[in-house]
Design a protein around this ligand. Structure first.
Ligand SMILES: Cc1cc2nc3c(=O)[nH]c(=O)nc-3n(C[C@H](O)[C@H](O)[C@H](O)COP(=O)(O)OP(=O)(O)OC[C@H]3O[C@@H](n4cnc5c(N)ncnc54)[C@H](O)[C@@H]3O)c2cc1C
Length: 405
């Protein structure tokens, strides 16, 4: 393992939208930093999502700081387009990303941190965790009680209707992902959708009052306002509002709506207010062939030594700073500061705030070379030109509005 006593000012873990936005702001300080990404290529997480996925946020809210998303307003980019955008973002700002480097452990070491990777330990005075909210599938207990003849998969494993066996499909979870998967599958399968759909934002509202809506969720629904705090308190249990798809669209497509799943009896699902034998829609549960769990995700943060986690799986933070572990910060947490914190168009403000806090507590930036140089024997594919250090001065394009309200 490559050990070295020299340390960086900051290490960012994860090169999704949150890590890259943090990188953008770090690059505008004198701090020495690098971004470690576990996947072979920036954007791989998006590439792995289902084939037909399009963003539910319009292009004007899909840009990161300084670089608006290159598409017309009110269009919805595909997942491959967004993955490509993330890669282009790294290139545009020559951000020091090293791909194929998965962080396995973070421990406190002196006044800073030791960040362990398979290819060595990086030492840093500050760490920004930007590993996302979607690390692990969240499955209800009912998953373990289902008959073994029923094919089960989590929404993160769904790719296309062709991979789903013939027969009835139950999609559990009526948030955006569940509704989109149900709609797509309804062309080839009989589909039941369980759960209470999140409120739908009608297309005209987005088209003609989208700016006002964004302003509300970005600037009013924050931890600074009573209404924002109220929404934040229940945020982990509720999905994002339905955009593009309404419950009427689902009904028109023949998707059968069933109540919330309550558990299983004899290997078959039961529903809130349903019959005791678990039957649905007057049909027989024996026809059920597949269950797709669109029940969300939870973070995976066990590898950070000494971090206390709340029942949500996240630590309590002060706008991203972990009290009790000076120098440890998060970017990209759901409702870190506002409802938009976990969205592409909302992450900029949190990243800027966290980097400002780090710059304040690191008044004497390091003047040493980065600890692990690109090509320093990590033996993994780093996605070519991304793996470069630019030494803290990043003369990219000047910051534009990035499409943010
Ligand atoms: C299906 C789906 C659709 C969505 N659509 C939209 C949308 O349309 N608009 C919108 O605004 N938001 C959308 N979101 C919400 C949000 O924007 C995404 O979840 C987004 O991926 C979050 O970005 P992030 O940078 O916080 O985390 P991620 O995108 O999850 O990135 C985290 C990165 O960290 C890396 N990583 C993780 N662990 C380690 C480790 N130990 N070491 C090194 N690297 C590590 C991962 O490989 C990954 O690249 C969607 C979410 C989902 C699940």
């Amino acid at each position: 393992m490559n050990q070295n006593n020299q340390q960086l000012d900051a290490v960012v873990i994860g090169a999704g939208q949150a890590g890259l936005a943090a990188g953008y702001h770090l690059a505008r300080t004198k701090l020495r930093f690098e971004i470690l990404e576990g996947s072979p290529r920036v954007g791989d997480l998006w590439r792995r999502r289902w084939d037909s996925l399009r963003l539910f946020t319009p292009a004007q809210h899909d840009g990161l700081p300084g670089l608006p998303f290159p598409a017309a307003r009110n269009t919805f980019p595909g997942k491959e387009d967004f993955a490509a955008y993330l890669e282009s973002y790294v290139k545009t700002y020559t951000l020091p990303v090293r791909t194929g480097v998965r962080v396995e452990r973070v421990t406190r070491a002196g006044a800073g941190f030791a960040v362990d990777t398979p290819s060595g330990t990086v030492r840093a005075r500050n760490v920004i965790v930007a590993t996302g909210a979607n690390a692990l599938p969240r499955l209800p207990d009912a998953a373990a009680g289902l008959d073994s003849a029923i094919h089960q998969l989590h929404g993160s494993q769904y790719r296309s209707p062709a991979d789903v066996p013939a027969g009835d499909v139950l999609v559990v979870g009526a948030g955006t992902s569940g509704a989109e998967i149900a709609l797509e599958l309804s062309k080839s399968h009989r589909v039941l959708l369980s759960g209470r759909p999140t409120p739908h934002i009608p297309d005209p509202v987005l088209r003609y009052a989208g700016g006002a809506y964004w302003g509300f969720i970005h600037s009013v629904l924050t931890l600074r306002t009573p209404v924002g705090r109220k929404v934040a308190a229940r945020f982990h249990d509720r999905g994002a509002p339905l955009i593009r798809i309404s419950t009427k669209d689902l009904e028109r497509a023949g998707v059968v709506r069933v109540p919330r799943l309550t558990g299983t009896v004899d290997g078959q699902p039961t529903f809130d207010g349903g019959t005791s034998d678990g039957s649905y829609d007057g049909g027989t549960p024996a026809r059920l062939r597949t269950v797709i769990w669109a029940t969300g995700y939870r973070p995976d943060l066990d590898w950070i030594d000494g971090l206390q986690l709340a029942p949500s799986g996240w630590p309590e933070t002060q706008r991203g700073a972990v009290p009790g572990i000076p120098g440890l910060h998060f970017v990209g947490m759901p409702f870190q500061y506002a409802l938009t914190s976990g969205l592409i168009g909302g992450v900029d403000r949190d990243a800027a705030y966290v980097v400002t806090q780090i710059a304040k507590r690191t008044p004497d930036p390091s003047v040493v070379a980065p600890v692990l140089q690109p090509g320093d024997g990590d033996g993994e594919d780093r996605g070519g030109s991304e793996a470069q250090h630019t030494g803290g001065s990043h003369p990219g394009p000047e910051r534009g509005d990035g499409g943010h309200a």
